[in-house]
Structure formats: structure tokens, C-alpha cells
Design a protein around this ligand. Structure first.
Ligand SMILES: Cc1cc2nc3c(=O)[nH]c(=O)nc-3n(C[C@H](O)[C@H](O)[C@H](O)COP(=O)(O)OP(=O)(O)OC[C@H]3O[C@@H](n4cnc5c(N)ncnc54)[C@H](O)[C@@H]3O)c2cc1C
Length: 486
């Protein structure tokens, strides 16, 4: 076959592929036709959202389905819901390509909000669900756990609604409405497999999400030391705030201690005056983000003199201190412009149980010191630590365990950045570290490792083998982890 002249790049432009077609369907019928056409043509399809994955999970050399035209809230009932779901004002049906930012605005118009979200809102809802994107808060699971039902177009162009046994659909009403054209699977296991599918289970057409009434959060940011925070974690601080997260300077101060920016967020009543700004609560970070020259200087430093940047971490964390940022929830969750910076990130999930997570941080400090000392490998940003509730989804990084997600963020083109990230993946492996599917990782075709990391991996594969029976959703990612069907 002739090589494609098309190029698709992810958001940070560090992942690239040459698809044979890039299409923008709007309707379910078009998705069905696309999957069938691809099967007939002997090629593959992959749905993409906003291209925010740092890993290869969205790449294909077949056809790319860009989902930006599949956006918005759908009529919730459509004549197929059971009585309880129809009365539940906290459920909405949203199309897979809807950007989180758009969804937040649509929900706000209805006086509603997401219960939790990650630190940014540029992704699509199907994208964040498919890779188990998360925020922070030990009582809040990742995105797949907000999903109650999911409409997929799977191999053969079949349209399947998958939901737990007690899902919102009335099977009788569904049969009347969709007859032989769509299938309903109400099965806890199939749902737990399909909901976090990394794009391999088919195309997510729409989802039913559990949301809540609009609410307000107060955020505080204060610099402490890791040595103090370690004691707080052992003393149960995670349960004392709705949301708790950390930015760790992996390099010691002169006194040998490590700075940590502690961020807490707690629900408050609607304030008479909200804090000013639109989620950009740091003028200096915002300046760095918006003035290309400053950013270019940072990039050059990361490339040629990464050790210089670490001297700025302590000061940067101090500049981020803030006693009160009170706003509507999604503006507080979204940390804003710093997320638009060209960066590369790896995230590893370790259990937040017993002292495992605090020991994992000790290990991080060891690795940072060793790498900086003998190997001259340096971080170019502090490390984020976020805490997430266990997830039911079989392929979620948080599956069945409270999790501390360790986010290793680097300025793009950091010298030997990939070597540094791979070192952390290796050195945290004995903590059972699960790499974020949507961020840089080096998982290979190692069935034993996947089985060890994900105790329900075999069940995930069973559903995948069915929904990708023809191999139409095979991709570079499925090749890399050794699960392609063809
Ligand atoms: C600036 C930035 C901030 C981030 N913040 C966080 C964070 O706070 N927490 C966190 O956990 N992660 C975070 N991430 C990672 C990001 O949330 C995930 O990689 C997410 O999957 C990207 O969503 P997307 O819509 O861009 O999807 P893409 O990158 O386009 O695709 C990701 C995966 O979803 C699949 N997919 C997308 N749409 C569909 C669909 N309709 N049907 C089937 N499969 C689909 C793709 O095939 C692919 O496998 C961040 C990334 C960036 C760049």
C-alpha cells in the first residue's frame, strides 16, 4: 500500500502517526459505517479526543476518527430509561467527543457540575474515561467511576450499550426502541472491562455520567517540608480534606529537608464574592506560560543545562502559596495555563495503603539524588502527588486500591528526560507501580507483568477479544503491549 501523506500529532507534538484517513463523523450511523468500511478495507480505526495523551495510545496508521463533531448533551431519556433513572436529576447523557471544558459549561447552565476532575479541561470526556484520568481526593475515584452507562460501536459496526446490572436502562423499553439494531449488556464484569478501554474496545459514542449540583471550593496552598507531610499522611490527613495534593521538590534544601507545596480544597457555601481570576491564580506561572520568550528560555535550559532549573523549584513553590482561592468547583480543579506549556509527563500509581506511599516518596528522593549525582539526570519541574479512591474498572490504574499517583513532569526536550522517567518506572516497580495509559510509559508485550499489575486483566482481555473480534481497533499501542488481534 502507498504510504500516507497525512500526519497526525498529539497536543504536545511528541507523538506522531501517518493515518490513511482522518474523518469527522457526527452520527452513530456514520460511526457504524466507518467501522464496517474499515473492516472491508482491511484497515484499522482509532477514535481520538483532544490528542492530550502523552503516550502512543491514540496513534494509528489506519483511519483516525476525530470526535470533535460528536459533542454536547443528548436527550437524557430517549425512551429507554428505567423509572429510577428518569427521576435521577444527577444523571446526564453526553457525547464522547465533548470537551471537558464544554461539558462544565453545559452542566453549569443546568446548575450541575462534575464531582471531580483532573487538573485541566482540554480533553474529551471519552478520552479521560478511556485512560482513567483522575484528579485528587482520596474519596473520589477516576473518571470511569463517574460513568453509569456507555454506548459503544464495536467490531462489525455493532452498537452496544454496556452498563452494570443495575444500570439506568430498562431492558424492555430498550428492546422496543432499538429492536434488533442495538444490543444492551447489563453485566458488572463487562462494564468494568469496557469502561476503561484505552480506545481498544470500540468507539465511545455517548456516556451517562453521574454528576451533582453545582458547588464551590476553597483552595489553600502552603509550603511545608516532606518530613512534616510524611507525619501528616501517617496521621490520616487525606481523610480530613475533600481534596489534597502535593508538589514535591525532589532536591533537598541546604538543611537537607525537601519543600512540598500542600494544596487542600474543601467545599464551602457559595461565597458573596468569589476570588478573582479564571483559575489562573499564579501571575508568574501564567507569565511563563503566555510569554513565548520566557518559555523558550526554559526549554533551552531544560535541553542544555537542566541542573539550573532545579535551583528554581523552591522559589516557584513559594510563589504558588495562597491562603484563599474560592471559586466554582471546576475553576478550582483546573490549574490553568501551566498545563498549556509544552511538557512531557509520566504518571505512576502506587497503593496509598499502610506506609507504602510514604516509602514510595522516600524511594523517589533516593532516585532523584542518585540520578542527579552520578548520572547528571535532572528533573525540570517539581513532582506532583495526587490521591485517588479505588476504581472498579479492571484496567484503571486505581483498580481496587486507594492510589497515590506520582506525576513526573518534564519540560519538553529535557536532556535525557526519557532515561530519567524510565528509571523511575523501573525503580518503583516493586511498589506495584501502574503507569498511566495516557502518559509516557514503557510497558511492553509482557503478559505476566500486566496480569500482576491488573488482577482482572484476563477478564478485560475477554471483553476486548469480543469487542475487537475483527482486529479493527488494533493500533500501535495494542502492538506495543502485545494484544493486537491480527
Ligand atoms: C495538559 C494536560 C493535562 C493533563 N492532566 C491530567 C490530569 O490532571 N489527570 C490525569 O489523569 N491525566 C491528565 N492528562 C492526561 C490526559 O487526561 C489523558 O491522556 C486523556 O486520555 C486525554 O484525553 P483526550 O481527549 O485528549 O484523548 P486522546 O489523547 O485523543 O486519546 C486518549 C485515549 O482515549 C481514546 N479515545 C478518545 N476518544 C475516544 C472515543 N470517542 N472512543 C473511544 N476511545 C476514545 C483514544 O483512542 C486513546 O486511547 C493530561 C494531559 C495533558 C496534555
Amino acid at each position: 500500500m502507498r504510504a500516507s501523506t497525512l500526519t497526525w500529532n498529539n497536543h504536545s507534538r511528541d507523538q506522531r502517526c501517518h493515518p490513511r484517513r482522518i474523518v469527522h463523523p457526527t452520527t452513530t450511523a456514520e460511526l457504524v459505517e466507518l467501522v464496517r468500511d474499515a473492516e472491508r478495507a482491511g484497515t484499522t480505526v482509532r477514535a481520538v479526543g483532544a490528542g492530550h495523551a502523552w503516550s502512543d495510545v491514540a496513534l494509528t496508521d489506519g483511519w483516525i476518527i476525530e470526535t470533535d463533531a460528536m459533542s454536547g448533551l443528548l436527550e437524557f431519556d430517549g425512551g429507554t430509561l428505567n423509572t429510577a433513572a428518569r427521576k435521577d436529576a444527577e444523571l446526564v447523557r453526553v457525547r464522547g467527543g465533548t470537551r471537558v471544558r464544554t461539558l462544565n459549561a453545559l452542566l453549569e447552565d443546568r446548575g450541575m457540575a462534575l464531582r471531580n476532575m483532573g487538573g485541566y479541561d482540554g480533553q474529551s470526556i471519552a478520552g479521560v474515561v478511556s485512560t482513567s484520568t483522575h484528579g485528587s481526593g482520596i474519596d473520589f475515584g477516576p473518571f470511569p467511576d463517574a460513568v453509569r452507562s456507555i454506548d459503544l460501536v464495536v467490531a462489525g459496526g455493532k452498537v452496544v450499550r454496556v452498563e452494570p446490572r443495575d444500570g439506568p436502562t430498562d431492558p424492555g423499553a430498550f428492546a422496543v426502541r432499538h429492536g434488533g439494531t442495538r444490543t444492551l449488556e447489563q453485566d458488572d464484569e463487562v462494564f468494568a472491562a469496557a469502561v476503561c478501554g484505552m480506545g481498544c474496545m470500540g468507539i465511545v459514542d455517548s456516556l451517562v455520567l453521574q454528576v451533582r449540583p453545582k458547588f464551590w471550593l476553597r483552595e489553600r496552598r502552603v509550603v511545608r517540608t516532606w518530613e512534616e507531610v510524611r507525619v501528616d499522611l501517617a496521621g490520616g490527613v487525606l481523610g480530613r480534606h475533600d481534596h489534597y495534593e502535593l508538589f514535591l521538590n525532589p532536591y533537598p534544601r541546604k538543611d537537607g529537608r525537601h519543600d512540598v507545596l500542600v494544596t487542600t480544597r474543601d467545599e464551602v457555601a457559595e461565597p458573596t464574592a468569589a476570588s478573582p481570576g479564571d483559575g489562573e491564580r499564579h501571575p508568574l506561572i501564567e507569565m511563563q506560560a503566555s510569554i513565548p520568550l520566557v518559555w523558550m528560555a526554559l526549554r533551552l535550559a531544560a535541553r542544555w543545562a537542566p541542573s539550573l532549573l532545579r535551583t528554581q523549584f523552591g522559589r516557584t513553590l513559594r510563589r504558588m502559596e495562597d491562603d484563599n482561592y474560592t471559586q466554582v468547583s471546576y475553576r478550582v480543579f483546573n490549574i490553568g495555563a501551566s498545563n498549556k506549556l509544552p511538557a512531557l509527563s509520566m504518571e505512576l500509581g502506587v497503593p496509598a495503603e499502610g506506609d507504602l506511599h510514604t516509602r514510595a516518596v522516600d524511594r523517589i528522593l533516593e532516585v532523584a539524588a542518585e540520578c542527579a549525582g552520578s548520572r547528571r539526570l535532572f528533573h525540570t519541574s517539581p513532582i506532583a502527588l495526587r490521591f485517588v479512591a479505588p476504581s472498579d474498572a479492571f484496567a484503571s490504574m486505581m483498580h481496587r486500591r486507594p492510589t497515590m499517583m506520582i506525576e513526573l513532569i518534564l519540560v519538553s526536550e529535557t536532556r535525557e528526560g526519557i532515561t530519567l522517567l524510565a528509571e523511575y518506572e523501573r525503580r518503583l516497580a516493586d511498589f506495584g507501580a501502574r503507569p498511566h495509559w495516557g502518559q509516557y510509559n514503557t510497558l511492553g508485550p509482557d503478559r505476566q507483568r500486566l496480569d500482576e499489575l491488573y488482577p482482572r486483566w484476563a477478564e478485560w482481555l475477554e471483553v476486548y477479544d469480543r469487542f475487537n473480534a475483527t482486529g479493527v481497533f488494533d493500533s500501535r499501542f495494542t502492538d506495543r503491549i502485545g494484544i493486537s488481534r491480527k
